[in-house]
Ligand binder design. Structure first.
Ligand code: ZN
Length: 108
C-alpha cells in the first residue's frame, strides 16, 4: 500500500521559513506541552492532540515567541500568552475585518 508523504509545513516569519511540526509525542517532557518555539533550528511545534481552536491559539503564541526573538522584544511568557489570546480574540470576533486586512483591502 502506498503511503502518502506528509507535506512539510512551514510558516514564514520576517523572511525566515520556520518548520511547523507536531511536538515529539514519545518524549515525556512534551506530554503536557501545547507547543514550543525552538529558535535554534527555527522550529515551531504544536501538540496535535489538542483541539483545533487550541492549536490556533498555540500557533499564534509560538509565532509571537519567534517575533519576540527576531525583533529582540524580550516578551516574557505572560505577555506572549496575553498578546496571543487577545489578538486571536480580536481576529475571531472580527472575521470580516481580518479578511480585509489579510487581503489588503480598505478598512474604512
Ligand atoms: Zn510560550
Amino acid at each position: 500500500m502506498a503511503r502518502r508523504r506528509a507535506r512539510t509545513k512551514t510558516v514564514r516569519i520576517l523572511g525566515q521559513d520556520w518548520l511547523l511540526t507536531p511536538v515529539a509525542s514519545k518524549n515525556k517532557a512534551y506530554e503536557n506541552c501545547c507547543g514550543m518555539c525552538e529558535v535554534k533550528g527555527a522550529i515551531i511545534r504544536i501538540n496535535p492532540h489538542t483541539s483545533a481552536a487550541c492549536q490556533g491559539d498555540t500557533f499564534l503564541h509560538e509565532v509571537l515567541h519567534a517575533l519576540s526573538f527576531r525583533l529582540n522584544l524580550g516578551l516574557d511568557e505572560r505577555k506572549t500568552y496575553a498578546f496571543a489570546s487577545g489578538l486571536l480574540s480580536v481576529l475571531r470576533d472580527n472575521r470580516d475585518l481580518t479578511m480585509r486586512v489579510l487581503n489588503a483591502k480598505p478598512i474604512v
